[in-house]
Structure formats: C-alpha cells, structure tokens
Ligand binder design. Structure first.
Ligand code: CAO
Length: 420
C-alpha cells in the first residue's frame, strides 16, 4: 500500500513549480491526472529539447508517475468534463497566472459548490498586495525572496543559485500544505484553499539571512569574513561568499588538481569542537594553544590566515582524500561534487535517489527519484505520460463516460486527437 493511495489529484500545473509538487504526491501513491491543452500540452514538453520530436528532459523529469488528459477548459464540453473531474478529485493543484482559473469560470467559490471536500492548492509568484498580479519565474522569486541579495561575493553583483528554490522549493511547500489540508479534512469533512507564494517560500528558505539582518543592529556579524578583513557592514545583510551560514566558520578551499578541474574543491568547517584535530591534521599544532587562535572568538579576525593554511594542506590531496582524512576526526568537510560525479554515484542509485527511466520516445534517461523516504510506502518511478496518453482512460474509467455521451465529448473538440 502507498501512503496516498485512493487520493486523486486534478493536476492543472505547468512548467516547474506546480509539477514538482504533484510529482511528489504521485510518488506517494496519489492518482495524478495532468490536464493539458489539446495539441500543446505543458510548454516544457518542447523546451530545451535534446532529442528531436521527444518530450524534453525538462518535462519528463518533472512529471513522472502521472496520467495525461488533453482538455480544452475554455470549450463548453471541456468545462463539463472539468466539472466532472472536480467532482471526482480530492485535490486540484494549479499554478496558472493570477486570475486564469477565474477567467476559465472556475473560481474557488464555484469549485467548492461543485465539491465541498476538494482541497484547492495554488502557487502564485507573490501573495496578496501590490505585486499579486505579476507572472513570476524562478529567478524573479529568488530575487524577491531575499536570496539573491545575500548570494555571491561582497564585491560582486547579487547571484541566483542553481538550486531551484523558487520553483521546486515552492512545490515542496505546497505539497506539505496539501497533505496537511487532507489531514484536516479527515476531521472536518471539508476541503480548503492552500496557497503558496514563491516569494514567501524563498524567504522561508532564506530565514537565516533575516536572522543576520536583525543581528546587524547589535554590531558587526563577526563570523562573516568581511569582519576579519576590517570591512565595515552596511545596513543590509551582505553577500557572504562561501562563508558558512551558521556559527561555525567555513569556506570552500582548493584541492589537488584545481587548476584543471573546476570542481576540485572542498567545503571545510572549523567547528570549535574539533579545532585541535584541525590544527593537527593541517600541521599547525601550535594553534591549539597560541593566543589569538586557541579560542573560537579570537579566531574570527584571523579566518583568512587560518583558511590559507587549511588550503595549503587540502591542495596536497584530492577532495575525496580530504574527506577520508577528516571524517574519522569528525571534521566536517564536503567535496564539491559535479553533476557528472553525482550521476555516476552507484550509492545514490542504490537508495533510489537517482534512477534510470525508460521512455518510448527518448529511450533511457537519468532522473532524480523521490528524495523523501517512507519506510512503509515505497516509490517506483515510472515515466512521464505522453501528451493525452490517458485521455480516453480517464474519460471512461474515472469519469464513467460511455456510448453517446463519450462520443459527444470526443467529437466536441474539447479533448484533441484521442489515442487509443
Ligand atoms: N485549456 C484552455 N486554456 C488553458 C489550458 C487548458 N487546458 N491551460 C491553460 N490555459 C490558458 C490559461 O487559462 C491562460 O489563459 P488566459 O490568459 O486567457 O487566462 C493561458 O492558458 C496561459 O496561462 P498562464 O498565464 O498561466 O501561462 P503563461 O505561460 O502566460 O505564464 C507563468 C506562465 C508560469 C509565468 C504563470 O503561469 C505564472 O505566473 N504562474 C504562477 C507562478 C508560477 O508558478 N511560476 C513558476 C513557473 S516555473 O518558473
């Protein structure tokens, strides 16, 4: 049995934020029915294509374990079919531009009239307020949520990060909102509306930077490298390069081969609890007792000197050798792993975090499996659906159309070219 078995999701999502959410729910066993525009589908099917005439990796990697139905929700018959879907589903998830669902004639009020038990979950760029009508993409959210202003080096421009905290981060937040609303429905018998703004989700993930914003009122942020470099702080949380976001100083340092390999680096944290071991390992035993080095607070204005010494040592070995040497001493280090190295890591395949998936149009490809492991609800990652692959299956098996009624839907132009 799967955790969400019996839960049916009307998946009206597209691009990245919404699909990541419904993919998670599908992995936990929900029946996710993706509704797509006839003949067009989710725009990502045709974005960043690498194999001619095949759904892109952008689409396939975000839409596993789902069914696809083509449905024009602006066509009269299409609206009737959508109404039937709302009746049959437990959750409707959407991430259209603000107001799009209302313009289709499916406001939250109308949806509740159709099915009072349904949970309706939406992602928008911003919450209510002056930007509520804006269309928003990943990097806009990273900028609006405080992440970009705190990412990068102090003397460079703000940077966006490669992790899709705006899209996939919001999808994760929404998934929690949905299962929480379903849990409440067990007691109340009623659905509710769940909304996540991308700005809010990014801000939630940038929480520690708001912590630092408030700490500025009490003086300089001493664990930031710029403190040791004697550079005054301004009014806002600055960009901190690769400084650790916590109370223990850390940085990225070079390892052997860094001249040729852009990822021959490791993260190195000088955790106070293992300072003496760090000193021994890097060949600076005198720092264990030396004035200005022995106590954590005294070290904060010497981080450049300390990390230069650490780097001199890490440059003598590979990032994996650094890991193997430091781990037995509980010194926290982390090799900078490239996506090439990650995609060749058998250990990640063994846990299902990385998977190989077969696809009729594109052949085998790699994907990230479910990162959340439930001991009593296993996940088998299955390929994303072709556009409209399940249109007739959903019309007949889920909605009960047959005979003349089915023919009328098929002839109406509401569901595109049905494949049987
Ligand atoms: N049948 C008929 N019409 C459909 C349909 C269907 N099955 N599916 C979608 N449409 C229509 C919508 O109703 C909308 O029509 P109107 O403009 O007349 O209301 C139209 O298609 C376009 O939808 P959209 O505005 O959502 O799409 P877009 O490409 O213009 O904008 C995006 C994309 C992502 C910017 C916008 O949807 C958005 O801001 N979403 C919320 C935030 C979000 O999730 N962003 C993350 C995206 S990933 O980086």
């Amino acid at each position: 049995m799967k955790a969400l078995e019996g839960i049916r999701i009307l998946d009206f999502t597209h691009v990245q934020s919404g699909p990541t959410c419904t993919q998670l729910l599908a992995w936990f066993g929900a029946d996710v029915i993706k509704v797509e525009r006839p003949g067009v589908g989710d725009a990502t099917r045709k974005q960043l294509m690498d194999v001619p005439d095949a759904d892109s990796l952008y689409f396939t990697m975000l839409n596993h374990n789902k069914r696809s139905i083509e449905l024009n929700s602006k066509n009269e018959t299409g609206k009737q079919v959508l109404t039937r879907l709302i009746e049959e589903c437990d959750v409707l998830v959407e991430n259209f531009a603000p107001g799009a669902l209302d313009r289709m004639g499916f406001s939250w009020e109308r949806i509740q009239e159709i099915n009072s038990r349904i949970v309706m979950a939406s992602i928008k760029g911003f919450g209510p307020g002056k930007y509520e009508d804006c269309k928003v993409y990943e990097n806009v959210a990273q900028c609006a949520g405080g992440s970009a202003s705190t990412t990068g080096f102090r003397d460079g421009p703000p940077l966006v990060t490669g992790a899709q905290i705006g899209d996939s981060g919001t999808g994760l937040h929404l998934a929690l909102g949905i299962v929480t609303a379903l849990f409440q429905r067990e007691k109340s018998g009623k659905g509710q509306k769940v909304t996540c703004a991308m700005q809010d989700s990014v801000l939630n993930l940038a929480r520690v930077k708001l912590r630092d914003q408030q700490r500025l009122a009490s003086g300089p942020l001493k664990e930031y490298s710029q403190f040791g470099e004697g550079i005054p702080f301004g009014e806002a949380t600055p960009r901190a390069g690769n400084d650790s976001g916590g109370g223990q100083p850390g940085r990225i340092v070079k390892c052997k081969g860094w001249e040729q390999d852009p990822n021959a680096y490791t993260y190195f944290i000088i955790q106070a609890a293992v300072w003496e071991k760090v000193c021994d390992v890097i060949g600076k035993p005198e720092w264990k007792t030396e004035d200005g080095f022995a106590k954590p607070a005294d070290r904060l204005d010497k981080l450049n000197v300390i990390f230069e010494a650490i780097e001199q040592w890490t440059m003598t070995m590979s990032k994996f050798e650094v890991m193997d040497t430091c781990n037995p001493h509980d010194i926290p280090v982390g090799p900078i792993l490239s996506l090439k190295e990650i995609s060749e890591d058998q250990g990640l395949f063994d846990t299902g975090t990385m998977v190989r998936v077969d696809h009729p149009e594109r052949g085998e490809y790699l994907s990230v499996g479910c990162p959340i492991k439930l001991s009593d609800s296993s996940v088998e990652v299955t390929r994303s659906p072709l556009l409209g692959e399940h249109t007739s299956q959903v019309l007949e098996d889920v909605l009960g159309y047959d005979g003349e009624a089915l023919q009328q839907v098929l002839d109406s132009g509401a569901v595109g070219q049905v494949k049987r």
